[in-house]
Design a protein around this ligand. Structure first.
Ligand SMILES: [Zn+2]
Length: 245
């Protein structure tokens, strides 16, 4: 009889509805976890970029300061030459004085270069890095929390899910294959909502109204009806109440 077949589909729908609720409980967490992982990846990439830029600056600073040390040494040596009067000719004297002057100029150029090229950039990179590190700390904490929550939730719902799947398998055995195919086709699109109750002349799936004559026919249940607006399999509320009593 159609009535019994409809009731079976309705019961199947109740199980799928519970399954759908279980999945949706878990559903948000995996998405959030993926989002967090990708945010963390992006920040880690930027943090690596900043660190290598800072390394380049550090290298340049080292080179310039080594160069300046050598120049200072040279200046001192030349100064000593001039002081100790070992220089014989004016020409020699002028050459050494020029060398000292050039070394001093180069030192100040190097200092200016570091100041102009790197000082501001270095500060801004260091600031950005400290902001990123703060963000990474927060995101990693959130990720850990979410992972723990998901693992806890999966543990909790696993049992429930297995029970529902078992109940579903048992019920499916009682349903003829044609009805099941029809149901599964709708269930694919409206998971856990393939069957809708008709109450007081309305489809409770989409709340569109069902013409009075059709509502009577649905209650008689001599054949299958589906909602013209949402496509769900329709079952009259009275039929469910009758089957419960
Ligand atoms: Zn509907």
């Amino acid at each position: 009889m159609i009535k019994e077949r409809l009731i079976l589909l309705y019961k199947l729908c109740q199980i799928d509805k519970e399954l759908s609720e279980l999945y949706s409980l878990r559903g948000d967490l995996p998405a959030r976890i993926e989002e967090l992982k990708s945010e963390i990846d992006t920040l880690n990439t930027r943090s690596n970029e900043i660190n290598s830029e800072l390394n380049i600056i550090l290298q340049a600073e080292k080179e310039k300061s080594r160069e300046n040390d050598l120049l200072l040494e040279k200046i001192e040596k030349n100064d000593e030459l001039l002081r100790t009067g070992k220089v014989k000719t004016n020409k020699e004297y002028d050459a050494i004085a020029l060398e000292i002057q050039e070394a001093k100029t180069k030192i100040s150029e190097n200092e200016k270069f570091l100041e102009n090229e790197y000082s501001e950039k270095k500060t801004s990179l260091e600031n950005e890095l400290s902001v990123i590190n703060e963000q990474l700390k927060e995101l990693n904490e959130e990720l850990e929390q979410n992972l723990a929550e998901l693992s806890e939730l999966t543990k909790q719902t696993e049992e429930e899910e297995n029970e529902l799947q078992k109940k579903r398998e048992e019920l499916v055995l009682k349903i003829n294959s044609e009805d099941l195919d029809n149901y599964e086709m709708i269930n694919k699109v409206k998971f856990g909502e393939a069957v809708a109750i008709v109450r007081k002349g309305s489809c409770l799936g989409c709340y569109s109204s069902v013409p009075p004559q059709k509502a009577i026919e649905i209650r008689m249940a001599e054949k299958f009806y589906s909602c013209e607006s949402c496509g769900r399999i329709l079952i009259s509320e009275e039929l469910i109440n009758d089957s419960n009593s």
